[in-house]
Design a binder for this molecule. Structure first.
Ligand code: ZN
Length: 170
């Protein structure tokens, strides 16, 4: 299976004018902020990008991404694969003042010198969709199973201690 890479840098206004559609991947290991946030990653982020111009002449990128990121379970500190998928709608802006006037449905992306770093854009969207905390599902985390067992112990002991309290009151 061949892997089609999304171009690293594009001229987004030109692509919007011709309603370009891009489909491909960005290697996760080429995402420095992602590595900084959750450690070095392997694999690919699958991306679909549709460039276009809306009826108000606003240039946009409508996109979707999917990736499997390996996080650390906050309970047992073991690797935890998490599937991330996200849709986004970006409004191309030449500066902050134009970005501030974008219709609300758009998230602003600042374009400098008619160039856009698509890998960085995809990385940003992926970062926005990372879960704040990650845990293995109940029953699959070694630590939660230990807690369940100790919980059982407490439950079997509790009725007796309640009983004892009642007895001593009588
Ligand atoms: Zn865990």
């Amino acid at each position: 299976m061949s892997i089609t890479r999304i171009p690293h840098t594009v001229e987004p206004y030109r692509l919007a004018a011709v309603a370009e559609h891009l489909e491909g991947t960005v290697p996760l290991e080429k995402m420095p902020r992602l590595s900084e946030a959750v450690g070095e990653q392997q694999g690919e982020c699958a991306v679909r990008l549709q460039f276009g111009v809306d009826e108000q002449a606003q240039r946009y990128i409508r996109g979707a991404l999917e990736a499997r990121v390996v996080l650390e379970c906050q309970r047992c500190l073991q690797p935890l694969p998490v599937d991330i998928s996200a849709d986004f709608l970006l409004g191309l802006s030449v500066g902050d003042s134009q970005a501030a006037h974008l219709p609300k449905r758009y998230d602003p992306v600042i374009v400098e010198n008619d160039q856009l770093d698509l890998w960085s854009v995809v990385e940003e969207e992926l970062l926005l969709d990372l879960p704040q905390v990650a845990f293995h599902p109940e029953g699959e985390c070694p630590v939660s199973q230990e807690q369940l067992q100790s919980g059982d112990e407490i439950e079997t002991h509790n009725p007796f201690s309640v009983l004892n309290t009642l007895k001593s009151k009588n």
